[in-house]
Design a protein. Sequence first.
Length: 310
Amino acid sequence: MSQHTKSAASTYELSHQAALEAESVHILREVAATFERPVLLFSGGKDSVVMLHLATKAFWPAPVPFPILHIDTGHNFDEVIEYRDAAVAKYGLRLLVGRVQDDIDAGRVTEDTGPRASRNRLQTATLLRTLREGRFDAVFGGARRDEEKARAKERVFSFRDEYGQWDPRRQRPELWNLYNGKHRPGEHIRVFPLSNWTELDIWTYIASEGIELPSLYYAHRRPVVQRDGMLLAHTGFLTLLDGEEPHEALVRFRTVGDATCTGCVESTAATPAEVVDEVATARVTERGATRADDRISEAGMEDRKREGYF
């Protein structure tokens, strides 16, 4: 590759990143200016970390003008909770936590039992309850259209009815990037500032901005279990099936969620630049490769979205 070609490629890459950042910052500011009670969903995963980073840039030097909300299944990776609390302290954020355990204790949801049980699906009830209690009218989420087929149907402003449910036929056009946030009391809008980003875009941005992430995202040795074609972390939340034997492997996580259903991949990528190289050659999305909850059925994600999930 000639020096001129390298320079042109570098300029294109920077322009592409700058355009994505500008679009996301515009969306964040638009919501802050037009909604009364926005909130930002924060899981400690890479997408929500990038979204928070963009929010700090969008409103600098003022603080982020809305709280962050963590829907806590109770089955978290320790590294994620440590990162969440450090981010709250670093940016002076107001943290709200909706706990699935509270809904289990109150009898609002019933926890599954058995070795394959997961609380991941129970998050929907906790999310909707927490949004009602906080009277939030706009909710930022870090979902991207390249993640999964149902999410590819999403608008940037995703209308939700009074029950928090999503109907793809009722979504509004967004011609010329004009967003319609009108809603009646009790309804709300889910907002996805990263809709047009890809996993590679996210990692390229992390590398160029020097954004810190939970250590789970980089290669480390840990005990894992092979199950259903995935490597699951052997934590205190995971019940072993007959014949399963934990072993140690060098792995990293491409996505982070409930520890009972989030898999990892074997990898030696220990820096953002190395992850960028790895992601550039990947042929399976991070959710398709490492999320057991997305393997329920072909329409598993869409069914959960209709119920109120992100």
